[in-house]
Structure formats: C-alpha cells, structure tokens
Design a protein around this ligand. Structure first.
Ligand code: SF4
Ligand code: SF4
Length: 121
C-alpha cells in the first residue's frame, strides 16, 4: 500500500489525488494528505503519476512501512516504476505511448465502477 510521500520532493501538483482510484489522498495546503490509507489498492497509479518521484508504494498490500526518504533515494526506488514503464519519457517518445495511455483509461474505469457502486444505494 502507499507507504511514503517524500515531502521535500512534492510540488503539490495533486496528480496523485487525481490519479488514485481509491480516493486515498486529500489535497492539502502544502502537499496531499494520505487520508484513507485503508482504501489503497496497491495499484501504483499514484507513483506512476508523480512526476516529482515523491511517492513510494510498498508492494506488500498490507504494509505501510517504508525505508527512510534518504534510503529510498539512495537505492533508486523513488521513480523506479516510472522509469521501468517509460512514464518519465516525453509523450512523443514512441513505443510506450500506448502503455502510458492506460493511466487515464484505468481512471475512467475506476470512475465508472464508483458510479455503479454509488447507484446501488
Ligand atoms: S497505490 Fe493506487 S490506490 Fe494506493 S494510493 Fe496509490 S493510486 Fe491510490
Ligand atoms: S503527484 Fe507527487 S508531486 Fe504531485 S502532489 Fe502528489 S506526491 Fe506531490
């Protein structure tokens, strides 16, 4: 689950707030707040969306523990999933464009699922 928001990297762009299908984040004055961690689905969309490489999701879906920010940076884990999947490249970079499009598509799917869930009363 979401385990770290490295404060001194965060630009308060709120991309993670918009990307998260579980509505885990609330926007804040200086940076987002992890407000509903129990709703985290360990989907990594927030990490993918964070251009500042300020987020780290623990692959253990039951664990919110994280190495220190310094250790995350030193080990190259901050931004690793973005680099591994080409989300750090320009939008016209080529062969990974279709993969990057999955982000908005997945969000759209999450919105549809949320509306269906809400309509069940
Ligand atoms: S891993 Fe997915 S569900 Fe969890 S905070 Fe990030 S975007 Fe939200
Ligand atoms: S996407 Fe990253 S930089 Fe933007 S608000 Fe979220 S944590 Fe901060």
């Amino acid at each position: 689950m979401i385990a770290a928001l490295v404060e001194d990297r965060c630009t308060n762009c709120n991309a993670c707030v918009r990307a998260c299908p579980g509505f885990v984040f609330d926007a804040g004055a200086d940076r987002p707040v992890i407000a509903r961690i129990e709703a985290c689905q360990t989907c990594y969309l927030c990490e993918l969306a964070c251009e500042a490489d300020a987020l780290w999701v623990n692959p253990d879906e039951a664990s919110a523990s994280a190495p220190s920010p310094a250790e995350l940076a030193r080990s190259g884990q901050l931004g690793q999933i973005r680099r591994d999947h080409g989300w750090n490249l320009p939008l016209d970079a080529g062969q990974l464009d279709d993969y990057r499009l999955l982000g908005p598509l997945l969000n759209e799917g999450a919105d549809i699922a949320a509306r269906r869930y809400a309509s069940r009363g």
